[in-house]
Design a protein around this ligand. Sequence first.
Ligand SMILES: Nc1nc2c(c(=O)[nH]1)N(C=O)[C@@H](CNc1ccc(C(=O)N[C@@H](CCC(=O)O)C(=O)O)cc1)CN2
Ligand SMILES: Nc1ncnc2c1ncn2[C@@H]1O[C@H](COP(=O)(O)OP(=O)(O)OP(=O)(O)O)[C@@H](O)[C@H]1O
Length: 219
Amino acid sequence: MTDDPQARPPASSPCLAADLAPADVSDLPGWRRAERARLRAARDALRVTERQTIGTAIFRHLAGLVPGMLPPGGVFSAYWPIKGEPDLRPLMFTLHEAGFRIALPVVETRFAPLVFRHWTPETRMERGDWNIPVPPADSLRLIPDVALAPLVGWDDAAFRLGYGGGYFDRTLAALTPAPLVIGVGFQAARLDTICPQPHDIPLDLIVTEAGVQASRRPR
Ligand SMILES: Nc1nc2c(c(=O)[nH]1)N(C=O)[C@@H](CNc1ccc(C(=O)N[C@@H](CCC(=O)O)C(=O)O)cc1)CN2
Ligand SMILES: Nc1ncnc2c1ncn2[C@@H]1O[C@H](COP(=O)(O)OP(=O)(O)OP(=O)(O)O)[C@@H](O)[C@H]1O
């Protein structure tokens, strides 16, 4: 041990470092609300063609990665895009054609973990909570082996900022074994840190149009 303060490891979370986070993180929920609004406004401002180019790049990265992460006939959970999220529905068709089962997340009960309903190209989607299209209630329930989690924001430690309902965190805390979760979003939505809290669970990988950007586990 030494008394030289320079020799000590950082004494506190990087969230408290002035260069990484807002001056006042004592109001973390308020800071997250503001960051969500800022990042969503930036996403909404993208031109349709820019969004499509980014979606295509993310599709290519995932189409190369995901099949090798799934067992034969394994379950892949995607998402039905809302609010300017990258549209990865082509990946649902591609992986369905390759013999994997596709699921979509559904809020069946508010503030409870998500459930995952089977989707095929023949599924007639219905309107769920927040008007998100979902497979009908009589669809088979599946447990994903690999799940995509759409990102509003992300950081280098693979933490995710979502819409603020805590659904993915609650779901990951409840599922055993936990699926491999890939956060999907825009490179521009990177934050120095989301200021992770005890309930925040890091994702396994973050994929943006620039490729794999962060991972929790050594690859
Ligand atoms: N495409 C997609 N599907 C998904 C998710 C997602 O993030 N994206 N989810 C991932 O968890 C779940 C739904 N979670 C959501 C949570 C909040 C809002 C939302 O729009 N909230 C409003 C506020 C509404 C309110 O307070 O009542 C908002 O942000 O404006 C949307 C989806 C399941 N399906
Ligand atoms: N495992 C959990 N059990 C109970 N509540 C939880 C759990 N995880 C998160 N929450 C609650 O959900 C709320 C929102 O969490 P957070 O800010 O991390 O949302 P988010 O990850 O951005 O949202 P979402 O996953 O819906 O897109 C918090 O108030 C938190 O207490």
